[in-house]
Design a binder for this molecule. Structure first.
Ligand code: MG
Ligand code: ZN
Length: 367
């Protein structure tokens, strides 16, 4: 009998030590690290020349160069070679190609769920920052559903249907100076948002549900006095969203690189892109410290067919040429930094950006 007793003890010890070994193995095995947060940074109209010009202004020292994983993205819409910001915003936001002008609806008008909405459904916080009206095509694609990108008042109404935690940009008139007479800022307040309309209030904001509509229409250009709006807005959005222990999704758009391209105004393009790269530096600093944030920097399309036709070796006196006042279908670059960044190398469709974000977040499906 005693013999059996010792055998049982021995068996128990072996089983226990096996469990310990198993646990140790699980801890040391390199699991692919998933990001807790994703910050998607979009330079609207930012192709390679726009970036090259910035690289030269910054004496070959861009913040974006801190990213080690680089891809090229095809931006065509479902039925046109050359996309607009609505169709390409929709592709990145939902993983589906659609027609130019459509905001996160398919060609039949059906609503397409966005990465922001999926993140919300999975308990994450979410936010949008833009140097345009927050109702403009790029930010709208992440939160609204409308076959017409110019239906700004309906797009503003869509903000009330979501769990978005922070949005900062222009477009106050689309919320409060409407044909239907509604004051959507009152509806936002009723839903718990702190509504802010003065830029000066941004710095001291300490809450966690912020609707900051700081311009009636669009913020001004950098060279017409926008000052540090994008830096303040990006910092405040990150600081606010980072309070959520489940993580967050944030889209930051430098909206006006595109408008400089449409104007064939190289100074406009360059100043907006230089500012964007400055903010990329701040965002990468946060991601580096945080260690759980994936930063993706890309564009929705190139604008202007911009190229460099001359200049001196030291990068001074560059001569620029624009081949169109519209968009081009050229590949746009994508840069990624942080956990999951390795998934973003190669050449792929803009819809794959959504698929890859879903994958690295570990979200199973859209519904
Ligand atoms: Mg845009
Ligand atoms: Zn454009």
């Amino acid at each position: 009998m005693k013999k059996y007793f010792y055998l049982i003890i021995l068996f128990a010890i072996i089983t226990a030590s096996c469990d310990i070994k198993k646990e140790q193995k699980a801890n040391t095995e390199q699991q692919p690290k998933k990001p807790k947060n994703i910050i998607l940074m979009i330079g609207d109209g930012m192709g390679l020349t726009q970036m090259y010009a910035t690289y030269k202004v910054k004496k070959d020292n861009m913040n974006i160069a801190r990213c080690r994983h680089i891809g090229l993205v095809n931006t065509s819409s479902i039925d046109e070679l050359i996309t607009d910001s609505a169709a390409s915003g929709t592709a990145m936001a939902t993983g589906e190609k659609t027609r130019n002008g459509h905001i996160s609806v398919d060609t039949a008008g059906k609503r397409l769920k966005t990465i922001l909405e999926v993140a919300e459904a999975n308990g994450k916080a979410s936010g949008l920052v833009a140097t345009a009206a927050i109702t403009h095509a790029t930010p709208a694609s992440f939160i609204a559903h409308n076959p017409d990108r110019n239906d700004y008042e309906a797009i503003a109404t869509d903000f009330l249907d979501t769990g978005i935690d922070v949005f900062i940009g222009g477009g106050l008139d689309h919320f409060d100076k409407r044909e239907d007479g509604l004051l959507l800022t009152d509806s936002l307040k009723a839903r718990g948002y702190d509504v802010m309309t003065e830029k000066e209030e941004l710095l001291n904001y300490q809450g966690n549900q912020l609707a900051a509509l700081l311009y009636a229409k669009h913020p001004p250009k950098v060279y017409e006095g926008r000052q540090d709006f994008l830096e303040k807005a990006s910092n405040k959005a990150i600081e606010t969203l980072d309070k959520d222990k489940d993580g967050f999704f944030l889209m930051i758009e430098s909206s006006q690189i595109d408008w400089g391209g449409h104007d064939n105004d190289a100074d406009y393009v360059i100043q907006e892109t230089v500012e964007f790269d400055d903010i990329v530096g701040k965002v990468l600093d946060f991601a580096e410290k945080d260690g759980e944030t994936l930063v993706i920097i890309t564009a929705d399309h190139e604008t202007g067919g911009m190229t460099v036709t001359g200049g001196s070796l030291d990068g001074e006196n560059l001569e620029y040429h624009f081949s169109t006042g519209h968009h081009t279908p050229l590949f746009v670059p994508l840069f990624a930094y942080g956990p999951g960044a390795e998934e973003f190398t190669g050449i792929y469709e803009n819809t794959a950006i959504f698929d890859k974000m879903m994958q690295v977040f570990g979200f199973e499906n859209k519904e």
